[in-house]
Design a protein around this ligand. Structure first.
Ligand code: ATP
Ligand code: MG
Length: 368
């Protein structure tokens, strides 16, 4: 689909380019003709004036023309023409150099005008067309991603529902036979999956409210270290036990931010660090104060993100890799939501490589 769009974009652009080249060339050609006609006209006038001058200053056959009075006559009556004497010693007139120069300058000016007009029109129309095609491309992309989103979100919703249903059925059917430990295990499963469902729905609702500008930010002083500790403790991810999580945020770090959405940012980033680090490792959260800002880093030792994907991971529904080969589950909304939350509260996020492997997500926000 994209290649077809590119082909048509190129075709239309080339067509317009050819049209404008032809249009500009035709105008310049007409212009050239107009000026040569003007010059011819002047030459004809010179001939006519010359005849009149000779008639007016007629002398007897063989007598020379009175040079001085002819010069006076030409000066008074033949404006824009230049007097000269032909080989036979007779006075003649031609278009003066000043008139020719003026015409040539005028011709150049007009030529330049048509050329710039043509180029400007072409650039404006080309920008318009490129803009339309970019918009169409984006709309197509979004609809493709929305389709993928529907597929993954339905999967994300169905998995916990199935787990809850299975656990509830097991409890229901075998309540007498199950020992207390297994009953608690099943209840834990129900609890964890309900939490997961709840989190997913909350995330989607908050995003809808943020995008629709209906979310009311309740900005307050937040102790960063304590907030991050809370997020780590509340993390429902069972994989967390395979990781060493270090909270390196200094204890004096206070920021002025909306608590709920800020927690959501960290839970998404920590969730991602776990999800995209199949071999476990260390997840460290650092807080560095620099140039009046806090730079909060969430570092992992996972699969990392290629340079060409670094900007795209913040796009709505974007997930790295191919739908068929990807093993991790997700909706591609997490980082988009994080970016929306931060940018709407004058903060920013970017991602860079961790050494020797993994990623570092850096949140930058003003020190209070
Ligand atoms: P969800 O909406 O459930 O969070 P998701 O994790 O796929 O789904 P995002 O959190 O927006 O969506 O992340 C987008 C993509 O960026 C992911 O699919 C993943 O490929 C990549 N990504 C995000 N965080 C990391 C990370 N820490 N390491 C490597 N890749 C990452
Ligand atoms: Mg995610």
């Amino acid at each position: 689909m994209h290649n077809r769009i590119k082909f048509w974009l190129l075709f239309v652009l080339l067509y317009i380019l050819a049209f404008f080249i032809w249009w500009t060339y035709s105008l310049m050609d007409l212009n050239q003709e107009k000026f040569s006609l003007l010059l011819k006209n002047e030459e004809l006038r010179a001939k006519q004036e010359c005849m009149m001058m000779r008639n007016n200053m007629y002398q007897k056959e063989g007598e020379p023309f009175p040079k001085e009075s002819i010069e006076n006559y030409a000066q008074e009556n033949c404006k824009g023409l230049e007097l000269f004497w032909d080989e036979a010693g007779k006075p003649d007139l031609r278009v003066s150099k000043t008139v020719i120069d003026r015409n040539t300058a005028e011709l150049k000016k007009e030529r330049f005008k048509y050329l710039t007009e043509g180029i400007t029109m072409f650039i404006m129309i080309a920008i318009g067309i490129i803009w339309i095609f970019v918009r169409i491309g984006k709309i197509l992309n979004l609809s493709k991603q929305q389709n993928n989103f529907l597929l993954s979100v339905s999967h994300e919703l169905k998995t916990p529902i199935t787990a809850i249903q299975l656990s509830a059925q097991t409890l229901n059917r075998n309540f007498e036979k199950l020992n207390t430990e297994n009953k608690f295990k099943l209840l834990d499963t129900i609890n964890a999956n309900t939490g997961r469902l709840n989190g997913l729905i909350d995330q989607m609702l908050i995003l809808t409210r943020i995008e629709g500008s209906q979310y009311k930010y309740d900005k307050q002083d937040i102790d960063l270290k304590e907030l991050v500790n809370g997020v780590i403790q509340n993390s429902s991810n069972t994989q967390l036990s395979h990781f060493t999580v270090i909270n390196n945020i200094p204890s004096n770090a206070i920021v002025f931010f909306d608590r709920l959405t800020f927690e959501l940012c960290f839970s998404n980033l920590i969730e991602n660090s776990i999800k995209y680090s199949p071999n476990g490792g260390t997840i460290s959260i650092n807080g560095i104060s620099k140039g009046g800002n806090w730079h909060i880093e969430v570092c992992d030792e996972g699969v990392g993100i290629k340079d060409e994907e670094k900007k795209r991971v913040f796009e709505k529904f974007y997930r790295v890799g191919n739908e068929d080969t990807r093993t991790s589950k997700g909706t591609g909304l997490g980082l988009y939501l994080v970016k929306q939350i931060l940018s709407r509260q004058n903060a920013s996020i970017r991602v860079k490589d961790n050494e020797p492997n993994g990623s570092i997500f850096v949140i930058k926000l003003k020190i209070k």
